[in-house]
Design a protein around this ligand. Structure first.
Ligand SMILES: Cc1ncc(C[n+]2csc(CCOP(=O)(O)OP(=O)(O)O)c2C)c(N)n1
Ligand code: SF4
Ligand SMILES: [Mg+2]
Length: 351
């Protein structure tokens, strides 16, 4: 009953995070998506990740394009900044916001139509520029909102609900993000929250362009036999390369793993990404090897998930441009106006 408001009262014994907030404090409006839509599970994973990291909701800026996926920011982090932009144009709005105020945590939410079809150019440029953000594509292989047309991530040979066969090659956004220079690249599945929540936490802590391609079945238009984005197909073909734990700098490391089966990556803020290897020869810090592995497994018909590539020492757009650290709206006249002597010097240099 989507028109009913959420009750404000909740049980006083609900668990609280380090800030004293419950998970409810990270929720948004009641979802209007179809019951069973993968996108709702991703919203729940985002809520869980932000709650576990004790992120102050007002420090997050969530931006999206157009689509069922792009509607979801309304359903989580109700106390955060939000901007629902135009179809395929979220990346340029996010880039501008990030340049104006680097103090916020940027979360871009998009769909496969939004990012791989109309927004492919914008997707490419935000990745290659290294904007510090977490960018999630809720990938169902169709345009859900406009009733199930094939999108650019639909696999060649996959079938639409009424039987039409897709004859075009699919765009693999994970491969593209790696090639374009994203410094954190992962693939998740909305049906595997145990894998997805740590991936989102790690991406939020990453200080560079972090991309998660999250397969998210559309129960209304792409969950039938012949689809390669259905719950059944993804469960049967899911090949996880690793399982991730995120350990914050201040926490003692207590997890235990078999020697030789774990890799640790320390990020800029001191957080440790602890990866239990499932594919023993997989090294997520080797970009070229990761790209080869991805193509190899794809040819074998598998959907590779997990943290696929991470650069522990990323460079972001602000570092490349050498921008000021203070958000632009906090700069005063003294910083913005260099004075007439400086202007005269600049003019003289240009003569
Ligand atoms: C400029 C523009 N072109 C086309 C549309 C129509 N349109 C709205 S949503 C959408 C596709 C959404 O697909 P996707 O991004 O995969 O999101 P989903 O609904 O599958 O989550 C399209 C083509 C639009 N709103 N604006
Ligand atoms: S149409 Fe598909 S993508 Fe949209 S809400 Fe329904 S199940 Fe989700
Ligand atoms: Mg879609």
């Amino acid at each position: 009953m989507s028109y009913l408001p959420k009750p404000r009262l909740h049980h006083p014994t609900l668990p609280k995070n380090a800030l004293g907030y419950t998970r409810r404090d990270y929720e948004g409006a009641i979802s209007t998506l179809c019951a069973g839509c993968g996108h709702d599970s991703i919203s729940a994973a985002i809520i869980q990740a932000c709650w576990e990291l004790s992120i102050e909701p007002h420090r997050v800026a969530k931006l999206s394009g157009i689509g069922c996926s792009s509607k979801t920011p309304d359903y989580f982090l109700g106390a955060s900044h939000g901007f629902n932009s135009v179809h395929g144009r979220m990346p340029s709005v996010l880039t501008g916001a990030n340049l104006a105020n680097r103090d916020l945590i940027y979360l871009g939410i998009s769909g496969d139509g939004d990012s791989a079809s109309i927004g492919l150019g914008q997707f490419a440029h935000i990745m290659r520029r290294g904007v510090n953000m977490t960018y999630i594509v809720e990938n169902n292989g169709v345009y859900g909102l406009t009733k199930g047309q094939f999108s650019a991530t639909s696999d060649k040979g996959s079938k639409a609900k009424k039987g039409a066969v897709n004859t075009d090659e699919a765009i693999d956004l994970v491969a593209l993000a790696m090639q374009l220079g994203a410094t954190f690249v992962a693939r998740g599945f909305s049906g595997d929250k145990a894998q997805l929540v740590p991936l989102i936490k790690a991406a939020l802590l990453h200080r560079g362009a972090a991309f998660i391609d999250c397969i998210s079945p559309c129960v209304a238009f792409n969950n039938h036999e012949g689809s390669t984005k259905s719950y059944d197909f993804v469960r049967e073909h899911n090949e996880a390369v690793n399982r991730l734990d995120v350990i914050l700098g201040r926490q003692p490391i207590t997890a235990e793993y078999e020697p030789g089966s774990v890799i640790e990556v320390t990020q800029h803020d001191g957080s440790v990404l602890r990866l239990r290897k499932i594919a023993p020869d997989y090294d997520p810090t080797d970009r070229v090897a990761a790209m080869n592995y991805l193509q190899e497994r794809k040819a074998a018909g598998e959907i590779v998930t997990g943290l696929l590539y991470v650069d522990p020492d990323p460079t972001d757009l602000h570092a490349k441009l050498g921008t000021v650290e203070v958000p632009l709206n906090r700069l005063g006249d003294a910083e913005l106006c260099p004075g007439s002597a400086a202007l005269a010097r600049i003019n003289a240099a240009l003569r």
